[in-house]
Design a protein. Sequence first.
Length: 139
Amino acid sequence: MLEAWLPPGWSLAGGPGFLMAAAVRAVRAETPPATADGYRLDTWTRAGVARALVRTADGAFAARGQVAVTGSAFVLDQIETDPAHRRRGLGRLVMHALVEIAAGQGAAAGVLVATPEGRALYETVGWRVLAPLTGAMRS
């Protein structure tokens, strides 16, 4: 249905998504998650973007995400947990770490784009859907 609205040479990209938002006070109300045994969380900031990375004890990738703050708002991006490490609270750990970084920089509210799978996690930690979302790209 949306494809009919696109100009020639454009097509829909990816699957369905959701624009989500949350107030910092709402998502910080949750008890901070503990790092699961056998994992390590590292955070750092470069060029205004803070990153969180969870690795296994042997250094393998387990989960990640990033946040950028602009004024009183923040944007979470690229939140991902490796399929082999899901259901261990790592996505929740990354989200909490990034929101804490944003709050420390004065942010009051944030937005993110969620996949259907990500939406389920984000809603459990205080995020709400504002609108369905999809992308388009030049063919």
